[in-house]
Design a protein around this ligand. Structure first.
Ligand code: ADP
Length: 853
């Protein structure tokens, strides 16, 4: 071994200098006291080692400041390095060299001498500066503590190393040994090498070791977490493999698999919007992970089934031929000219714009007038499929829009259910009874409907269950309602109202003859039979067995007859061996004339005269409102409008001794009660002109009664009738029984217009009335009355109550006068007189006991 101190030369200043070959190191710092193996491949480095071997084996080991440089220059080499000895040199066949070097002492490059073959440098040794022992001892102890701490967390530090290090007494050697064994960063190691003052070096070492402990324990933590994650996924894998094996044993795996495969095929085949495809795929992946028999899997499978069974793009081809559409509409329904015309206009616009535009059609009218069947007919006329839901009684928004999937047993709403059922996305969708929805704490169904019906919004209808947008814009929505005022206003706003009023008896007869009877004959299997209804029989069913604005009950009664006839035929055919069916079926189903005999069964001909109705339908159920047989005091024929159409109303009044109470009986609406009160006040205010005892109200109770009381009669339209009835009683003059009247009065006797005139006039005509008094302001409505009826009636229009009384009250003789012409009608005259006037002699005295008629 060479003694380095011997080979140092003295320079002029006396400090030792050494000319040494330089071995540049890439990624290692060699500390004094350390023996390290080096693999040397670069030519210059090999040359440097060879030079050292030729001389005194002494070499200067300095680290490059950039490890990546292959051919370092002066600037790339740190100035401070280690003077070392080459202990061993072994040339390998590929011209590289394996060597063992030992660090001796720190040195600094003063200058570079040559650099062609290898670097030769002039080096001066760095002399360690002396330090205060106590300080260095304390630091050494701290270094050792830190080191032990590190050894505790890093199990890779061997016991031998710990022992070796603990045994070192020289603090500088200790520092270098630890530094070289730790995986510090190269710049940190270089810093440790470059520090001449030991205490500083020890302090830096402590910091670096502590840092290392920190990094190591964080690393351990991360490793631990990663390991537990890996372990968990391995566990899952293992368990699911086991589950599969168990399922295979149980034979349930196959079922699940088949179903999954089948579902996958379905999903692939179905054309769906992008958003839906993404949703289906997501749910399908979830389903695959689930046990096939679990309840969660059923929920997910149901949901996927719903999504793939919706008709996203399925449509039927539409009929764009308007003539054909018109023909179909006429084929299906009698009359209804206005609605049909409006429907055809609506369809024409759609054909032109190729899209459903404009408001939703809403058919409003009494039950059984053909609203729903007209919607069905629109479907047939346009070639669309038909689907219908009833909104009657719907009070929960979820019924329209579905429940969220989080609820157990959740389902889509009625809209989506119906679309799935009809399996195309362009049907006619009939929403029946929009006026019968109600609102409560479960939300407002009409607001959900708004979204459905609004063409601006319904291209992206979101059902809570499906949770994807559904395009409803190709659906032709039609709504129906009985009462316009019961439809929520925002909904009305989106609709075009088409009114379908009640039918006249004549219209009902035509409908029965041409539509209902042929239909019922067909649906009761009587096509092969000659079944005739006489005209009188049909009329009798209309008048005595039904009371309605539409024809639903009429249809029901005719169906009953057909059913009974069918039974008779079958029973007869089992009695006689001969089959009674005809070879040539005949469509004629009614005869104008009445049949002479009772029900006639002649072989295969069955005739139904009006007399046979009792046999088939039982006793007549209704007595149509008929005029009375004679004119009576206090009995007036009023006209009311109900949900089933117009009706004749007999209003009776009597006066009885009492204290002036107004008694009103019969099933009357509130408005009608107020009408009666107004009528009494009017009569009181006009008592002088009417020559009535002005204090009648103090002596008598007035009792107004409306006998035909099955249906609440609302609306103020009976005002003039009640008033006439009261005046008739108070003046003891009868009322013309041939007159019916409708109109409201004000306190001053003005007659105000009323609604439902058409139906009322139809009812009056039905009841045999010949003269009708109506408010003048209703004159315009007379256009709606079929001329076949209006020509049979005398219709009087009035503006004032006096005109009504003049027309309706029958005078006792030609000299008799109802009014005192000198009194011009001083309404409320009692107010002007502080003293109640004495009863004049010429006033008709009222009898004490009044008997009713
Ligand atoms: P709504 O919906 O108005 O209550 P529907 O549409 O159910 O009434 O009609 C009841 C029955 O009356 C149906 O069988 C229908 O075909 C028949 N009907 C109603 N009006 C007509 C008409 N104008 N022509 C032919 N049949 C009619």
């Amino acid at each position: 071994m060479i003694n380095i101190s011997k080979i140092f030369k003295q320079d002029a200043s006396g400090s030792p200098r050494l000319i040494l070959p330089l071995l540049p190191l890439r990624d290692i710092v060699v500390f004094p006291h350390m023996v390290v193996p080096l693999f040397v491949g670069r030519a210059k480095s090999v040359n440097a080692l060879a030079d050292a071997m030729n001389r005194d084996k002494c070499v200067f080991l300095a680290t490059q400041n950039k490890p990546g440089i292959d051919n370092p220059r002066e600037r790339d080499i740190n100035r401070v390095g280690t003077i070392g000895n080459v202990l061993q040199l072994l040339r390998l066949p590929d011209n590289t060299v394996k060597s063992l070097v030992e660090g001796k002492s720190r040195g600094r490059i003063i200058s570079f001498k040559t650099e062609e073959q290898f670097f030769q440098v002039e080096v001066e040794p760095i002399i360690e500066q002396s330090v205060i022992e106590v300080e260095s001892d304390a630091l050494v102890r701290a270094v050792l503590d830190e080191f032990k701490e590190y050894a505790k967390v890093n199990k890779n530090i061997s016991k031998e190393l710990i022992n070796t290090i603990s045994a070192i007494v020289n603090p500088s050697q200790l520092c270098d040994t630890i530094a070289s064994h730790f995986g510090f960063k190269i710049p940190d190691k270089q810093k440790l090498l470059e520090m001449p003052v030991l205490t500083n070096r020890l302090a830096l070492l402590i910091k670096l070791i502590r840092n290392e402990v920190e990094i190591f324990s964080v690393g351990q933590k991360i490793k631990g977490r990663v390991r537990s994650q890996i372990e968990k996924s391995q566990k899952n894998y293992y368990l699911s493999e086991q589950m599969r094996a168990i399922k295979k044993e149980l034979g349930t795996d196959e079922i699940g698999n088949d179903e999954i495969k089948e579902l996958q095929k379905k999903i692939k085949r179905k054309k769906m919007p992008k958003e839906v495809v993404a949703k289906v795929k997501y749910e399908f992946e979830k389903l695959k992970m689930m046990a096939p028999m679990s309840s969660e899997a059923t929920v997910v499978r149901n949901y996927i089934d719903w999504l793939i069974s919706m008709p996203w793009y399925d449509q039927v081809k539409l009929n764009h031929n308007l003539d054909k559409a018109e023909k179909i509409l006429n084929e299906d329904h009698y009359g209804l000219e206005k609605p049909k015309e409006r429907i055809l206009e609506f369809l024409a616009v759609q054909i032109l714009v190729k899209k459903i535009r404009g408001p939703i059609l809403c058919f409003v009218g009494p039950p059984g007038v053909g609203k729903t069947s007209l919607a069905k007919s629109v479907a047939r006329a346009t070639g669309r499929k038909f689907v219908r839901i009833s909104l009657g009684g719907v009070r929960d928004e979820a019924e329209i829009r579905g429940h969220r999937r989080t609820y157990i047993g959740a389902m889509p709403g009625k809209i989506i259910q119906s679309i799935k059922k009809v399996s195309v996305n362009n049907p006619v969708f009939c929403l029946d009874e929009v006026d019968k929805m109600s609102t409560d704490f479960r939300g407002d169904p009409s607001s959900a409907l708004l979204e459905v019906l609004d063409p601006e919004q319904n291209s992206a209808f979101n059902d809570h269950y499906l949770d994807v947008d559904v395009d409803l814009s190709d659906i032709l929505f039609i709504t129906t309602a009985n009462m316009l005022q019961d439809i929520p206003l925002p909904l009305q706003d989106r609709m075009e109202i088409i009114r379908i009023p009640g039918y006249t008896e004549y219209e009902k007869f035509e409908i029965a003859k041409n539509f209902i009877i042929p239909k019922q004959i067909k649906s009761n299997g009587l096509e092969q039979t000659k079944l005739y209804f006489s005209k009188k029989a049909i009329m009798s069913i209309i008048q005595h067995y039904t009371r309605e604005a539409g024809v639903r009950n009429l249809e029901r009664e005719i169906a009953t007859i057909c059913r009974k006839v069918a039974r008779e035929i079958i029973q007869k055919s089992t009695d006689t061996p001969e089959n009674p069916t005809l070879e040539n079926p005949v469509n004629l189903t009614y005869a104008d004339e009445e049949f002479e005999n009772d029900v006639e069964h002649q072989h295969d001909v069955i005739k139904i005269p009006s007399t046979s109705l009792i046999k088939y339908l039982g006793q007549p159920r209704f007595r149509i409102g008929q005029i009375e047989k004679e004119d009576m005091v206090g009995l007036v024929t009023g006209l009311a409008w109900t949900q089933v159409g117009g009706e004749i109303l007999n209003i009776e009044t009597v006066i009885i001794p009492g204290k002036g109470d107004l008694i009103i009986t019969g099933k009357l609406g509130d408005v009608m009660k107020e009408s009666a009160q107004a009528a009494v006040s009017y009569v009181r205010s006009r008592s002088k002109r009417l020559k009535i005892d002005p204090v009648f109200y103090q002596k008598y109770d007035i009792h107004v009664h409306v006998p035909e009381g099955a249906i609440p009669k609302d609306g103020p339209s009976a005002g003039i009738a009640i008033c006439t009835s009261i005046v008739s009683v108070l003046t003891r003059r009868p009322v013309d029984r041939n007159i019916a009247m409708t109109g409201e009065i004000t306190l001053r006797g003005r007659v105000l217009p009323i609604g439902g005139l058409r139906d009322k006039i139809l009812a009056a005509h039905r009841g045999g009335i010949t003269k009708i008094i109506i408010p003048k302001e209703n004159e315009n409505d007379l256009k709606e009355i079929p001329s076949s009826i209006s020509k049979l009636l005398e219709i009087v229009t009035v503006e004032h109550m006096d005109e009504v009384l003049t027309d309706a009250i029958i005078l006792r003789s030609s000299e008799d006068r109802l009014f005192d012409e000198n009194e011009t009608g001083d309404y409320g005259f009692i107010l002007e007189h502080t003293v109640i006037p004495q009863i004049d002699e010429h006033l008709v005295p009222l009898p004490e006991n009044i008997t009713t008629h």
